[in-house]
Design a protein around this ligand. Structure first.
Ligand SMILES: Cc1cc2nc3c(=O)[nH]c(=O)nc-3n(C[C@H](O)[C@H](O)[C@H](O)COP(=O)(O)OP(=O)(O)OC[C@H]3O[C@@H](n4cnc5c(N)ncnc54)[C@H](O)[C@@H]3O)c2cc1C
Length: 418
């Protein structure tokens, strides 16, 4: 591609800003990032409260976030945030230690079995499912892998592996097929509680590409990164370093592709580009772009989660000691309930805590926003950490994905080909 190619990037979140950085590093400086909001960062959103930043969106990273590491290096920053730690409660608010054999004598056989299955999972992922963890979903439905390795070098890798087709099935079924059902007890925390849906509906490919074996073990060992000024700060720093920082408050009313060019109408003015990178939700692309019939067909198949976050104040005496996971609330029969709540700052009780709930599931009715909010507030009371006031709230359009049938019929390959 000519180094002067004029590139338009829609969205100033992690994907759009990183695209700008990587283009710049490869010598393509003629890019423009259009961001609809008055700030960058997208779902990395860290507002201020009492002089500190809390998280309404992303919270943490892991050492295998090599791309985030690239950004840190580019910006000269590091993950310098408060250490994460958590405990567990049951749905009645009692503190439990589900993974501690000595505290769960009756559960020892199950815990032993789970440990064995985790080892077995590690083994089959390395062998039977070789290639499962490469970056991206290209080829999986056809029994191929083709992408970048999960390693600091991220070397391109590709190969054939018929078994990868199994990854189209819901994770729950995939675990049953491989006789490792109990690993769900471990994977569920950083998956369902982090807003990615339920194991009976989400294809195993999504679970295992995000929580590849190493990454999941980092969660288990709490080997995690946070940022003192919030995850948004990473993207604010990157935006400042870029030769072409994002143009904020850019309202795109039309995208038209014609004669090998792209015409983008922004805040009423039409601009001409050679290439377009879309990092905003494809599902909404037809609302402003000249989408073809095939594009509309594929984009309409995109599913998403409703992931709700509340930031609440508590009285100092009601402030939680630590963050809590509520495993009982991470299955579809408890849709809309509080799954996890996060105390970010250990040294003070005058900061907000944030709560997380899902209210959409393939086989259930979506729970209305206000109803879910009330359930979460009631759950906080049950947890003995009642909220005294809501400071911020957000219902995120989250985790665009497709279900098993579309995944198995090659949705990603078809879209790549388009
Ligand atoms: C509650 C929550 C917790 C999370 N926790 C974690 C975590 O702990 N660790 C982790 O790694 N990830 C976490 N995530 C996920 C992480 O935030 C996302 O994966 C990441 O932000 C996705 O980046 P993106 O650029 O693809 O999309 P986004 O962050 O959504 O950015 C897209 C950008 O495009 C802009 N945009 C949209 N439409 C248009 C348009 N028409 N025109 C112009 N601009 C547009 C948006 O305003 C936005 O700025 C969490 C997310 C949420 C919501």
């Amino acid at each position: 591609m000519d180094k002067n190619t004029k590139i338009c990037i829609i969205g100033g979140g992690p994907a759009g800003l990183s695209a700008g950085m990587y283009l710049e590093q490869k010598g393509y400086d003629n890019y423009t990032i259009l961001e609809r909001n008055d700030h960058v960062g997208g779902k990395c959103h860290s507002p201020y409260y009492n002089g500190r930043r809390y998280e309404m969106g992303a919270i943490m990273g892991v050492p295998s976030y090599y791309a985030v590491h690239d950004v840190e290096e580019f910006c000269g920053i590091t993950h310098d945030g408060p250490r994460l730690n958590r405990n567990y409660k049951d749905r009645d608010g009692n503190v439990i230690e589900p993974f501690e054999p000595m505290k769960n004598i009756l559960k020892i056989p199950r815990l032993m079995k789970m440990k064995k299955q985790i080892t077995e999972l590690g083994r089959i992922l390395e062998t039977k499912y070789k290639g499962y963890d490469v970056n991206g979903h290209r080829g999986v439905a056809q029994g191929r892998y083709e992408g970048f390795a999960v390693s600091p070098e991220r070397e391109p890798v590709s190969g054939e592996n018929e078994n990868l087709k199994d990854l189209s099935m819901p994770f729950k079924d995939w675990c049953a097929l491989n006789e490792v059902d109990l690993v769900q007890d471990v994977w569920i925390g950083p998956f369902t509680a982090f807003g990615y849906g339920y194991f009976d509906e989400i294809p195993a490919a999504y679970v295992l590409k995000y929580l590849d074996f190493q990454t999941c073990m980092n969660f288990v060992r709490v080997n995690l990164w946070t940022w003192k000024y919030g995850t948004q700060y990473i993207w604010e720093c990157l935006n400042e370093k870029l030769k072409n920082p994002a143009r904020l408050n850019s309202v795109i009313s039309r995208v038209e592709r014609k004669d090998g060019k792209v015409f983008v109408t922004v805040n009423g003015e039409t601009e001409e580009y050679d290439k377009l990178i879309v990092t905003s939700p494809l599902q909404f692309f037809p609302e402003y772009a000249d989408t073809r019939e095939d594009e509309e067909y594929y984009f309409s198949k995109i599913e998403f989660e409703r992931y709700d976050v509340l930031a609440v104040e508590t009285k100092p005496e009601d402030h939680p000691e630590i963050s809590y996971y509520v495993f009982d609330n991470m299955t579809p029969d408890r849709l809309g309930h509080l799954m996890v709540y996060y105390r970010r700052w250990k040294d003070t009780r005058d900061q907000v805590i944030t709560t997380y709930a899902l209210r959409k599931h393939k086989n259930s009715e979506e729970i209305p926003y206000e109803e879910c909010k009330q359930m979460v507030l009631d759950d906080l009371k049950t947890m003995k950490n009642p909220a005294s006031n809501i400071v911020n709230e957000q219902s995120w359009y989250y985790f665009p994905h497709v279900f098993s049938d579309d995944y198995a019929s090659g949705w990603y390959d078809d879209v790549e080909a388009m």
